[in-house]
Design a protein around this ligand. Structure first.
Ligand code: GLU
Length: 469
């Protein structure tokens, strides 16, 4: 049997971390079993579904690298198929028209609740044949009156629900459109879904869906109902907790590898291992190792993972994502040092890629102004002589390598008989505009000798202006 899983978002908003984790688990299971992963857009709620949300979901999935090998399917394009199967159930006597007016149903529900009963439709029209003409009706599914449904759930074990608990659910509204539960069933069948991984908020739908699958003669998939994600305050994760859209994490400088690693551990474990490459996740993942309890989001851990991946992934891999942040700052990285070398130089110093781009701008374009604090402290008249001498020595370097650069700096300090800092700090502020940079030999080697020469001149001018004012 080929495993087929799916991710079936309703496009009523962006892809949030809860959805992304469900998608990841579903994707991982398919991958781990050499199976297929289907993407299905559940857009039947026309009022609330938007193209913007569809695009945001696809963008989020692509950014995370959760590629689907079937779909995306759109439920709104499959109405013919749903209606065909509704008719089939009708003709087989497995569904029926219900003419109960909405007001009567509401009243009945109210009575049931007043009596402390669970509100349920009592099957009023199930066997009636006295159908009125020209009256609106819905189509209801005939839930078996006896017996029970067993959900095989990889996370929660077997769950048995008595059919007596379930009422005859509506599968087609009075306007002729199929309902959500019906579309899901038809799709899961048509798309050959073997394992349904979804949020636990759908668990009440599952026995109803299984009954319909059975009535259609379709195989019953296995299930994994994933628990909720809570905020770090223990409350249901919401916008109040900050960035919950997956793309917001990209904007904030996270690597998808870090977010995936974070999300996989939010509910799934393999011993006490914390770091998982995507390949390792695929190798080790199993639905049975997903925990039952809700997991709390922990931003510090995500930050830690992000730093880990910035430092340890091949720079070429980091570069794929970092270049987007340079673009946002309108920095052209095609001129200047290779971005991989910049990443290697800065990786230890940054928490995220946004910061990486921000503090690396001077490699690609001249900074506009000196950082005030750094300039005040280091570009003082005493720095003039070291800057002039180091400028001269740097200009004389035969080949622009970190070793030769280092040698020029050391020789300057020795010749003037001053500590390295007296040369290094003014030089650092001169070339980077600020008081922080990777080691000077590396920083300078990533620039070219003309840029360094010009920036030292700029620093000398700054000192001269200061002297004159
Ligand atoms: N469309 C549903 C949602 O976004 C998921 C349904 C399912 O996975 O069965 O919550």
């Amino acid at each position: 049997m080929t495993v087929v899983t799916r991710f079936a978002p309703s496009p009523t908003g962006y892809l949030h971390v809860g959805g992304a984790r469900t998608a990841l688990y579903s994707w991982l299971y398919a991958k781990s079993q050499g199976g297929n992963f289907v993407l299905r857009i559940e857009d039947t709620d026309i009022e609330r579904s938007t193209q913007g949300a569809i695009d945001a979901i696809l963008e989020g999935m692509q950014w995370l690298g959760l590629e689907w090998n079937d779909g995306p399917y759109y439920q709104t394009q499959r109405f013919e198929r749903y209606n065909q199967l509704i008719e089939q159930l009708m003709s087989e006597g497995k569904a029926y028209k219900c003419f109960m007016p909405a007001a009567e149903l509401d009243e009945l529900r109210q009575q049931q609740m007043d009596n402390g009963e669970k509100p349920r439709y009592p099957g009023t029209w199930r066997e009636r044949t006295d159908h009125p003409q020209d009256q609106p009706f819905v189509i209801r599914f005939k839930t078996p009156l006896e017996g029970s449904v067993t959900i095989k759930d990889h996370i929660r074990g077997n769950i048995e629900i008595a059919n007596a608990e379930l009422d005859d659910l509506i599968i087609c509204r009075s306007d002729g459109t199929p309902t959500y539960n019906f579309c899901v069933v038809v799709d899961d069948w048509d798309m050959g879904i073997t394992h349904v991984v979804r949020g636990e908020d759908h668990i009440n739908n599952t026995p109803r869906q299984i009954n319909i699958l059975q009535a259609l003669g379709a195989p019953i998939p296995e299930y994994a109902h994933v628990s909720m994600i809570l905020g770090d305050d223990g409350k249901k994760l919401s916008k109040r907790h900050g960035a919950v859209s997956v793309m917001q994490y990209r904007d904030d400088g996270y690597l998808p590898q870090a977010l995936l690693n974070y999300l996989v551990r939010l509910g799934w474990s393999h011993g006490d291992q914390e770091i998982f490459s995507v390949d390792e996740m695929i190798e080790l993942f199993s639905l049975d190792a997903i925990g039952q309890s809700a997991s709390a989001f922990n931003t510090d851990k995500l930050i830690w993972l992000n730093q880990h991946y910035i430092k340890t992934l091949p720079p070429e891999e980091v570069a794929k994502h970092a270049s987007w942040h340079f673009e946002q700052l309108k920095i052209d990285i095609s001129q200047g040092p290779n971005i991989c070398d910049v990443i290697t130089a800065q990786a230890e110093r940054v928490k995220n890629l946004k910061e990486l781009a921000q503090i690396s701008q001077y490699f690609y374009q001249d900074y506009e102004e000196f950082d005030e604090k750094a300039a005040k402290k280091h570009l003082r008249p005493v720095a003039k002589a070291p800057l002039l001498l180091v400028q001269e020595k740097l200009a004389a370097i035969p080949s622009w390598t970190p070793e030769n650069i280092q040698q020029a700096i050391t020789a300057t300090a020795e010749e003037l008989d001053v500590g390295m800092g007296k040369v290094g700090m003014p030089l650092r502020v001169a070339v980077s505009g600020a008081g922080n940079s990777p080691s000077l030999d590396i920083t300078l080697s990533l620039l070219n000798s003309e840029q360094v020469e010009q920036r030292i001149t700029k620093a000398l001018k700054y000192i001269a202006n200061r002297e004159n004012s």
